[in-house]
Ligand binder design. Structure first.
Ligand SMILES: [Zn+2]
Length: 258
């Protein structure tokens, strides 16, 4: 089985420079699982779903699959839950009797050994590739004047998810370009859209507990541990209008390890 390597302290510093509160992905997995188990979320009574970019490298950032089993993927490019209301209804209709749902949602960004955002070297490759490819490609295209004039003439193409990503980026372009770290802001923008859409596809009268863990998946170059910056962790019950905020529990668990 593949076992990731520990990062050098220089590489770790580069990640923490951009994401001071990021935690190694496997530690996030362990502590989140501990907290959820205390809330009576078990392998038997919980169905796990994700709203993360389908990029294969995201599967190992946290690797919740080993605890929770099969995954219901709700997302398409960039992590946006393109399966929509119908996707959520299908997911929730597979929930164990009287059981729970757990959704991990995240945008993602790569960071290489030199501390450069938006690119990593993947296993078996020597060339760096953009990460998140969908969000960065959309952003780069808006920086290209020729693309700006041709963007509306692509209706014959079958690339609906990417077109939606372009719409998101276009709406936030002034904020992204004004940022000292445009790719960091781009990742935040995509995260905000994912979170908003996740809340939209959950019916207001949904009867049951849903654990929501949201954040940014930080992908590292090949064979190293990945990192995760958590931004939301709570259990909601839409019908009862109940909410248990678990952020402090998770932060305390991380603090014990530092
Ligand atoms: Zn991606």
């Amino acid at each position: 089985m593949f076992k990731p390597k520990e990062l050098s302290s220089e590489y770790k510093e580069k990640i923490l420079k951009y994401f001071p509160h990021a935690i190694r992905g496997d530690i996030v997995t362990r502590e989140v699982n501990n907290i959820l188990q205390k809330q009576n979320f078990t392998h038997e009574n919980t169905l796990f779903g994700t709203s993360c970019c389908p990029d294969e490298i995201n599967d190992f950032v946290t690797n919740f699959r080993t605890t929770w089993g099969n995954i219901f993927p709700l997302a398409g490019l960039g992590g946006i839950p393109f399966t929509g209301v119908t996707g959520f209804n299908a997911f929730s209709s597979h929930k164990p009797d009287n059981g729970n749902l757990f959704i991990l949602f995240a945008s993602h960004i790569g960071i290489d050994e030199l501390g450069k955002l938006g690119n990593i070297i993947r296993r078996g490759m020597t060339k760096k590739t953009p990460t998140c490819g969908s969000a960065i490609t959309a952003y780069n295209q808006f920086m290209d004047k020729e693309f700006r004039t041709s963007i509306n003439q692509r209706d014959d193409e079958w690339d609906e998810q990417q077109k939606y990503m372009e719409t998101i980026i276009e709406q936030s372009l002034p904020m992204i370009t004004a940022s000292p770290e445009p790719l960091l802001t781009l990742t935040e923008v995509v995260y905000d859209v994912i979170y908003k859409k996740i809340l939209k596809i959950i019916p207001k009268d949904f009867d049951g507990n849903i654990a929501l863990l949201g954040g940014i998946q930080i992908n590292t170059s090949k064979d190293f541990f990945d990192y995760f910056l958590f931004k939301e962790f709570k259990i909601i019950n839409p019908k009862n209008k109940e909410e248990i905020n678990l952020q402090n529990d998770l932060q305390r668990a991380f603090n014990r390890r530092i």
